[in-house]
Design a protein around this ligand. Structure first.
Ligand SMILES: Cc1cc2nc3c(=O)[nH]c(=O)nc-3n(C[C@H](O)[C@H](O)[C@H](O)COP(=O)(O)OP(=O)(O)OC[C@H]3O[C@@H](n4cnc5c(N)ncnc54)[C@H](O)[C@@H]3O)c2cc1C
Length: 447
């Protein structure tokens, strides 16, 4: 008798309830399926990260991780038969494609049970609802209800003295995928995730509520890629937090909130939660889009963010909000275009957090005051990168401008000496256009 543990977004061994359930039915055949539908639609950065993470997981299993390529609906039942397994264990997936895929695999497995234990979240999507059973659409009441609901303690670790891994099952080679040239990739894997968490807890968690908005300093946990791939579970982080760490707990909750919103409204992966936005007339300016995507808008804080994305496959949260706002409210391009650009570059690219981070910023999602929030890219830069260090790090054409001068090259005699581009739009004017467009939206609602 053996069991199959099908890994997906849970590439770890610790605090892993599904793995513990598989071990109880073991020995365990650990498998990762390269599903062409997901593989072919993922960006190079994310694939490169996944490959590195799988190498790390394989090491944790003494080289016994089984890789199979193909449609899981065929691959998983075939592996079960081949390995003589009696059950298949997974962490439940709540994203639209994952749920549909799992239902199909379950049907194809017939009498073999597909056992779902745990999920990538402290509280599974769908569990936290209003008293009338409907879903929350605003973060703060969700946070209160989520906190009241609470979560389990971390799961026990597998007993190292037991040999619970089934060996000798044939495997395809571990996948390889190179990141785009010039992208500096972070180190993947469970032990790196834990090291980073311990380092952040010891040195930066205490200052997080202030430092988290500053892209010029290392003030955030830089765990989003580890959380995305489940190399560490949010419940493990929550268990280490004290009462005074509420701001960090809230950030973990944003991830849970967005997973919940997507679960309750699966079509929001492409449609605006507020469907009036999809009836609006959006611009279709490819040149403006390219200037934004390549960091050539002439607004230093925006350009630094987009260049950071292409250099590191990651961008600071404050800057994600500012560049997203700029695309939608200064260039009047639809949020869906920006969300696709992000997904193709981010190593933490997560369908729920990305889709709803974009919708929140565009004003068509879960922001409680969606119509008036237009980020000023210059004021944001001056406030959150007061010495200009962040923008100079990514924009060599601003190297000659010391301190905060780097945020306003148009006011400096040598502002364009190194070839930095002029602004492609006038923020003040475009803000007015956005506000006027949004007032039309309000009429649509009233009408
Ligand atoms: C337009 C836009 C797109 C985004 N796309 C993604 C994405 O694809 N993947 C992703 O993981 N995050 C996304 N975020 C959220 C956020 O920017 C990142 O989670 C954060 O920058 C990761 O850095 P960190 O781990 O140092 O975060 P920290 O500040 O240390 O936060 C800790 C953890 O909390 C979670 N978190 C923090 N803020 C948010 C948030 N606003 N929404 C959801 N979860 C949050 C993340 O899991 C993060 O790792 C997006 C935000 C915006 C505005």
């Amino acid at each position: 008798m053996s069991s199959v543990m099908w890994f997906r977004r849970d590439l770890r061994t610790l605090d892993h309830p599904a793995l513990m359930a598989a071990i109880a039915d073991g020995p365990v055949v650990p498998v990762f399926v390269i599903d062409p539908r997901l593989w072919d639609s993922s960006g190079d950065v994310r694939l490169a990260y996944l490959c590195a993470s799988l190498r790390s997981l394989n090491e944790s299993f003494g080289g016994n991780l089984v890789i199979r390529r193909g449609d899981p609906v065929e691959v998983i039942p075939a592996l079960c038969r081949e390995a003589g397994a009696t059950s298949v264990h997974v962490s439940a997936d709540f994203a639209p494609y994952g749920m549909q895929r799992d239902a199909q695999v379950e049907a194809a497995l017939g009498d073999f049970p597909l056992v779902r234990t745990g999920s990538p979240y402290a509280v599974a999507p769908g569990r936290v609802t209003k008293d009338d059973g409907t879903a929350y659409r605003v973060f703060t009441p969700f946070y209160r209800a989520w906190f009241r609901h609470g979560w389990r303690a971390p799961a026990e670790a597998p007993d190292p003295s037991l040999s619970w891994i089934a060996s000798g099952i044939a495997s395809d080679p571990l996948p390889e995928h190179a990141p785009p040239a010039g992208v500096a990739m972070p180190v993947a894997g469970e032990s790196t995730a834990w090291d980073r968490w311990e380092e952040f807890r010891a040195n930066a968690l205490g200052d997080y509520s202030e430092a988290r908005n500053r892209p010029d300093i290392d003030g955030t946990s830089f765990l989003s890629h580890h959380l995305k791939w489940g190399e560490i579970h949010p419940r493990s982080l929550l268990a280490d937090l004290g009462e005074s760490d509420e701001v960090y707990r809230k950030e973990i909750c944003w991830r849970e909130f967005y997973a919940d919103v997507l679960h309750q409204a699966p079509s929001s992966v492409r449609d605006s939660l507020d469907d009036r936005f999809d009836r609006m007339k959006w611009a279709d300016d490819d040149a403006a889009y390219a200037a934004w995507a390549e960091g050539r808008t002439g607004y230093p804080f925006v350009d630094a963010g987009m260049r950071q994305l292409r250099a590191e496959g990651w961008m600071h949260n404050r800057v994600r909000m500012v560049v997203a706002s700029f695309l939608v409210k200064d260039l009047h391009l639809p949020w869906q275009r920006g969300a696709r650009e992000f997904m193709s570059w981010l190593h933490d690219g997560d369908i729920a957090s990305n889709t709803h981070g974009w919708q929140w910023t565009a004003g068509c999602g879960t922001d409680a005051s969606p119509f008036y929030r237009v980020f000023n890219p210059v004021m944001q830069g001056l406030k959150f990168d007061p010495n200009g260090d962040y923008v100079r790090r990514y924009i060599p054409e601003l190297a000659q401008l010391d301190g905060a001068r780097a945020h306003e090259p148009w006011d400096q005699p040598d502002g364009y000496a190194l070839g930095y581009p002029e602004r492609i739009v006038d923020h003040k004017a475009e803000r007015e256009v956005a506000l006027s467009d949004y007032s039309v939206l309000k009429e649509m609602k009233d009408g």
